[in-house]
Design a protein around this ligand. Structure first.
Ligand code: DGT
Ligand code: CA
Ligand code: CA
Length: 570
């Protein structure tokens, strides 16, 4: 069982308890346990197996530790099962309506005994919701606007889709003379793997013009809500976008507030309180006096904090780093000098060796590894030993035809289900660069998955584990890996770890990449390009590295070729 599955149990538990209006302290304890488990790299399943003391983790006491053991051992949580019996599934469905959380659902269920989306809709249409204490016409209308989409809601889009749309809209708003500043906020600015909706801010003397411009944008399908300074639209792709027009004097405070995360902002607000200040989307206030707000730097400075890169704003380590005066300079796309995972027409790529090399060179890369598939991946026309040796001859020949970029004879070699490598050691020994990967048998039990990974890591010909878990973001669970054990083995054997930059993979993820870095493992951010345009995804891999807090020094393929070459001697 993986950490995010265990975390989901406790998150669900806190939602259901909140709907039951249970003790807020218990709810908070479960929610915080879910967060801790979800953002820890060490596998809780392994810790339980080893009978380790789980109370070493902040926010996990004896009782919670026992419950985690129960979840890991049985795959069940007795109290959660009981709650699911008590609370009708239609009530839980209400949580999928945008803007509706467990607190509101609790009221609909407990006060009005509404038990399904249909009943809720009827009640909203009859004006029964706005008659409730603490609810207004606005909330009621918002529920009506969003309820039909509840089935689809909760669906998140990839960071690639999010950035492409949000950045196009920001660029378009920038064309308006009246718009002075505009930028993307929210999870998209934090570069999360997926985004629930898009958030855009602008400063303008003419909010109406900005909102009109957005409404007319070719990506926009319809306007859902419009106020004096705020507009919510649905894009043709189905995703929703909030535009907020703010004053220049509040722009920094609004960026800070609407970039989030909520968890980060909770700490920021508390910090202000401790200093006798107040912070909100308009600024930092001492009494009635605004003491900061125009820039984010000012807002953080007023709270005695350095500016915190958005990718770190998840209330993980950023406040610790700030306190230690240790805010890292995060890796950037322009730092990357090599790409060590890509395909050509020899397997399932669309371009030749030379075309890939030219494209890489024109992007400023100084070295690349050509890593076509090994034979097991027959669907992708994977290479056997003989074809691979011919292919490497072709790569060596290509070296003669291009200057200014090193070409490595590489291979993406499958780690087979029985833990052997898809190609013999004598072949692998001839390679400049071996990326070992799991493609098949991802569902195998953890013991067998670990046997495979450890065998590959112990193989002296293997340089790196590629897309280590095999997960596809929001689509396919990765293999059941004991991450700590794998990373320790990699550190011991000098094997590197990949962040696969493709936005559908982003594997390792941010938490695990940080854990790898903490063990001193060199991390390589590679694109896995299958065409000359495939290099475009590099930015998503770099963003994932930034979320992991990686600096240039942590990322091996930021080194010059002569420095990197030394890492190849294991
Ligand atoms: P998403 O859209 O689910 O991918 O995630 P975000 O982080 O973009 O969340 P969103 O769009 O609901 O709100 C954008 C930011 O605005 C969020 O990260 C923090 C801030 N924010 C929104 N609502 C609240 C709130 O109720 N309390 C606090 N402290 N901040 C909020
Ligand atoms: Ca958002
Ligand atoms: Ca939003």
């Amino acid at each position: 069982m993986k950490n995010d599955q265990i975390a989901a149990v406790f998150e669900q538990l806190s939602d259901l308890l909140e709907i039951q209006e249970a003790n807020p302290f218990r709810i908070r304890a479960y929610r915080s346990a879910g967060r801790t488990i979800g953002s820890t790299a060490e596998s809780f399943a392994s810790l339980v197996e080893e009978d380790a003391d789980l109370t070493q983790f902040s926010g996990i006491g004896k009782d919670l530790a026992k419950q985690i053991v129960e979840v890991v051992m049985t795959g069940q949580h007795a109290q959660l099962a009981e709650l699911k019996e008590q609370i009708p599934p239609g009530v839980v469905d209400m949580l999928r309506i945008r803007g509706v959380g467990p607190k509101k659902v609790a009221v609909f269920y407990n006060k009005l005994n509404l038990q399904s989306l249909d009943q809720l809709k009827a009640a909203a249409q009859a004006g029964e919701l706005s008659a409730l204490k603490g609810f207004g016409k606005k909330t009621e209308q918002s529920i009506l606007d969003n309820i039909d989409l509840a089935a689809e809601a909760g669906k998140r889009i990839s960071i690639a889709e999010a950035r492409t749309a949000a950045e196009a809209i920001v660029e378009d708003l920038r064309q308006l003379k009246s718009v002075t500043q505009t930028a993307v906020a929210g999870s998209c600015r934090r570069r999360r793997e997926t985004c629930g909706d898009l958030d855009v801010l602008a400063t303008s003397s003419d909010a109406t013009a900005a909102m009109d411009r957005l409404a007319e944008h070719s990506l926009v399908d319809s306007v859902l809500q419009r106020g004096d300074t705020k507009q919510r639209v649905r894009l043709k792709s189905g995703v929703e976008l909030d535009l907020r027009v703010v004053a220049d004097s509040s722009y920094g405070a609004s960026m800070q507030y609407f970039t989030g995360s909520k968890e980060h902002n909770v700490v920021v607000r508390q910090r202000a309180k401790d200093l006798g200040l107040k912070v909100n989307e308009y600024g930092v206030f001492q009494g009635d006096e605004q003491i900061a707000g125009a820039t984010e730097e000012d807002v953080y400075a007023a709270l005695n904090l350095p500016w915190i890169p958005p990718e770190l704003r998840e209330n993980r380590r950023e406040f610790e780093l700030a306190a230690a005066g240790d805010m890292p300079r995060l890796v950037e796309v322009s730092d990357v000098k090599g790409d060590l995972h890509m395909h050509t027409t020899a397997s399932d790529g669309a371009a030749s060796i030379l075309e890939m090399a030219e494209a890489a060179k024109s992007r400023g890369l100084k070295y690349i590894a050509i890593t076509d598939h090994s034979k097991r991946v027959s669907m992708a026309n994977g290479l056997d030993a003989a074809r691979l040796r011919t292919h490497w001859d072709d790569i060596r020949a290509a070296r003669e035809q291009i200057d200014g970029i090193e070409l490595l004879c590489g291979i993406e070699c499958d780690i087979l289900e029985d833990a052997s490598m898809d190609l013999d050691d004598d072949v692998l020994a001839e390679a400049d660069w071996v990326v070992a990967v799991l493609h098949y048998g991802l569902q195998q039990p953890r013991a067998q998955i670990m046997k495979r990974l450890l065998a590959a890591i112990q193989n002296p010909n293997v340089n790196i584990i590629g897309h280590p878990t095999g997960r596809l973001v929001d689509k396919r669970e990765g293999a059941d890996i004991n991450m700590t054990e794998m990373l320790k083995a990699a550190a011991d054997h000098g094997v590197m770890m990949e962040i696969n930059a493709h936005f559908k993979r982003l594997d390792l993820d941010d938490v695990h990449a940080a854990a790898a870095r903490d063990l001193g493992i060199p991390i390589v951010i590679s694109t896995d390009a299958h065409s000359v345009n495939g290099f475009d995804v590099l930015q998503y891999g770099v963003d994932q590295g930034r979320r992991a807090g990686l600096t240039k020094e942590d990322v091996a393929n930021t080194k010059t070729w002569s420095q990197f070459k030394k890492l190849l001697e294991r």
